[in-house]
Design a protein around this ligand. Structure first.
Ligand code: S3P
Length: 739
């Protein structure tokens, strides 16, 4: 890294930004000498008196003489005048940077004064401030963990750029780079426009005759919204005139939005109002996360979360795990495409299902919630989706991407689907292939046919599809596309896979016929809104089933677990291994079988897992491998090559983890051979796979030392508050968050 320390630094303008910069340099010992310049003699005197600068001058030329770095921190409108004044006194190799909130006009002023820009000129803008101003308002930590945007020019020397960057970093700021034009466009929207609105609102109200009364009653909302109206008027005057075009275009955009809201209120259009408000609420909550970390950065950095689980213990009590992920996704999809309002309870508020929810909001569907698992979806009908404003981000969720592909293939607009690092490696041709045969135009990426997917909306025709892999996602994508297709669409599956799509379509009054392995529907019908109660997810319950089975003395009851026959493989397999599981109070809720499930610890024995159970337990193998590691004898899994293309290669990653804990676990192309034994302690890489992380957390119940699991942030995709619930059940688990 470049040397951050300078010899002499001159700061022109000793207001909030200039004096904070000086204080930060002093505190971190980043300058041998600091001079300053301010127009008012009183500011100069004060700055010297409180020790912000070594010496302050009324004439900026005096301040910059021999300076290695010049920092311009006066109002941006004075840039040309100040540069003209200091030009004759500048050292030839001086680095010049600034803290102005506008960049285009600062660059223009510099070009006017210098003609050929000096190589040491690197404009910048620290995104920090306060509504207070003046030399005494400055704070040494004003820039700490704040963004600084540098806007280097083609003339800027790489050396000057890296020295300015190193200096800001030494002060504790995060440095970003963009062009001056892009900077002005971004700031006009995110900073200048809100300031304009705050100034205007306060002024408008203050001019009303009864203003005193109004202000007396104005509480939190007014205060929050108008805090920035107390900012420096001269500075903001300069900013608005200095970024005229960018601000005018932001203002036009905003006025259009206000006009839409006005029209909605005039017409009592509650749908339009709720649409704007729910979208804004979701976006604001998303920003809260981003703002806490990295404003203006492209993507959020994934959190670095590890679990540490102390050995031993047992599981007990009665608990309800979160809602079923597969059913939650489908409730948003069918609810959005239905006519009328669908109410959902028990919705899984995990990141995967929330990605689907956001996708439909992006396509114009008004969705209220989620509030404690409750949602109200204002369906738009099969022809009512609108083009999303940009690519749809599916995060970690294969279900979102594959099922959405089927829906989007048939729309009148084009779309792009993207995902995180794990999803971007997963095969998408398995859905793109059959959809193309229906007339869809879908392009996947790379040799392996992975995301992003680019989809051109097309009129589709029905297809009779013999599915080569047992995949509910592929089946669902084809059936969903079939809703718009001409004629009949059918899928024949090689083995039974989860049938939530078929069940839920019927729940929305859509005709679906099932004949053995073949499911068929006719395009061109309509979905009628309904009510959906999402049962607890058997895939999340599975961790507790295994945990209670392997930990001596356990006795736990899991409430309201979805026991769809296409999902109960985990119970069948555990029972075959000798587990003590009883199904209590079986009932049917909204077309899905549900029951409470009681698990008591039992001595497990190794088995050869029947291949017909594999699709029925496809997501539960990470947990089942832990059961196998605690069983007596050998467990053999075959026919499960699909595990290699899940959120991680679950055969390899699980066998690596078990080996780390001292268990003999031999991976095969389509499964694993595991010899039960004593689990040791160790550090397991979950590879960002939620189910691997949760499975190894349960392993600690039978290990002889602590188990640490890294890269666990994605547990939030399917099981928010896993650690809280696991702790209440008796697991001694703690969480470490780094970065
Ligand atoms: C799912 C189907 C399964 C499963 C996934 C959810 C669904 O995937 O692993 O977690 O909701 O349809 P495949 O269809 O790839 O087997």
């Amino acid at each position: 890294m470049k040397e951050a320390r300078f010899g002499k630094v001159a700061i022109i303008g000793l207001g909030l930004i200039g004096s904070s910069f000086a204080r930060a340099l002093r505190e971190k010992n980043l300058a041998a000498q600091i001079t300053g310049s301010a127009r008012s003699a009183r500011t100069c005197a004060l700055a010297e008196e409180v020790g912000v600068v070594d010496k302050a001058f009324a004439d900026p030329a005096d301040a910059v003489r021999d300076a290695d770095l010049v920092f311009l921190a006066m109002p941006v409108q004075s840039t040309a005048a100040v540069l003209t004044a200091i030009k004759p006194a500048l050292k030839s190799d001086a680095i010049i940077t600034d803290g102005g909130s506008t960049k285009g006009n600062v660059v223009a002023a510099a070009r006017e004064v210098f003609g050929q820009l000096p190589a040491g000129f690197v404009p910048g803008h620290p995104i920090a401030g306060s509504e207070q101003s003046g030399v005494l308002a400055g704070k040494a930590d004003l820039f700490l963990r704040h963004k600084v945007i540098l806007t280097p020019l083609p003339e800027s020397s790489p050396d000057a750029l890296s020295r300015v960057r190193a200096l800001w970093q030494a002060i504790g700021a995060d440095v970003l780079e963009m062009t001056p034009e892009r900077h002005d466009e971004v700031l006009a929207k995110t900073s200048h426009l809100p300031h304009l609105l705050a100034f205007s609102l306060v002024d408008t109200l203050a001019r009303e005759s009864e203003n005193l009364d109004i202000f007396r009653y104005a509480a939190g909302g007014f205060r929050d919204f108008t805090r920035i109206a107390a900012s420096d008027p001269v500075m903001w005057h300069d900013i608005f005139l200095g970024t005229k075009q960018a601000v005018l275009s932001a203002l036009q955009h905003f006025s259009d939005g206000v006009n839409e809201l006005r029209a909605a209120i005039e017409k009592d259009d509650s749908e339009a109002l709720l649409g704007v408000f729910t979208r804004a609420k979701a976006a604001r909550e998303h920003f809260t996360h981003i703002l806490a970390g990295t404003a203006y950065a492209k993507a959020q950095k994934p959190k670095d979360i590890s679990f540490t689980v102390q050995p031993g213990g047992q599981l007990g009590g009665s608990l309800r795990v979160p809602g079923d992920k597969s059913i939650s996704h489908r409730s948003i999809m069918l609810g959005s495409l239905a006519e009328g309002v669908t109410e959902v309870s028990g919705f899984l508020e995990g990141e995967d299902a929330l990605a689907t929810l956001q996708a439909f909001r992006d396509m114009g569907v008004v969705i209220e919630g989620p509030n404690n698992g409750g949602l109200k979806i204002h369906g738009v009908g099969l022809q009512g989706l609108k083009a999303p404003p940009g690519p749809i981000y599916c995060g970690n969720s294969g279900t979102s991407m594959r099922l959405l592909s089927g829906i989007l293939a048939a729309q009148k607009f084009d779309s792009v689907l993207t995902g995180d690092a794990s999803l971007s490696k997963r095969p998408m041709e398995r859905v793109a292939g059959p959809l193309r045969r229906m007339g869809a135009e879908i392009q996947s990426t790379g040799e392996k046919g992975t995301p992003p997917l680019t989809i051109r909306g097309k009129a589709l025709k029905g297809l009779h599809y013999e599915m080569p892999v047992a995949s509910a996602q592929v089946k669902s994508a084809v059936l969903l596309a079939g809703l718009w297709a001409d004629g009949e669409t059918s899928v024949t599956e090689p083995a039974p896979t989860r049938d939530h799509t078929e069940r839920m379509l019927r729940g929305f009054a859509y005709d679906v016929s099932v004949d053995g392995p073949k499911v068929a529907l006719e395009g061109g019908g309509k979905l009628v809104a309904t009510r959906i109660d999402v049962p607890a997810d058997i895939s999340s319950a599975a961790f507790f089933m295994v945990g209670a089975s392997i930990a001596p003395g356990s006795d736990i009851t899991l409430q309201h677990v979805g026991l769809n026959p296409t999902r109960v493989g985990v119970i069948n397999i555990l029972k075959a291994m000798g587990a003590d599981i009883s199904v209590l109070n079986p009932r049917e809720v909204g077309g899905e079988p549900v029951a409470d499930v009681r698990i008591r610890s039992a001595a497990l024995k190794g088995i050869r897992i029947p291949e017909d159970q594999v699709p029925l337990a496809i997501d539960e193998f990470p947990a089942l491998f832990i059961a196998a590691a605690c069983a007596e004898g050998e467990t053999v899994l075959t026919g499960a090559e699909e595990l290699r293309v899940k959120e991680s290669d679950r055969i390899q990653v699980m066998s690596d983890g078990l080996t780390t804990l001292g268990i003999e676990a031999r991976p095969t192309p389509d499964g694993m051979v595991i010899k039960g034994g004593q689990l040791g302690s160790g550090r397991i890489a979950s590879h960002g796979d939620h189910r691997i992380a949760m499975a190894f957390a349960m392993a600690a119940l039978r290990s002889n030392g602590p188990v640490e699991i890294t890269d666990c942030a994605n547990v939030a995709t399917s099981f928010p508050d896993f650690t809280g619930l696991a702790r209440r059940a008796g697991l001694n688990i703690s969480v470490t968050e780094k970065g």
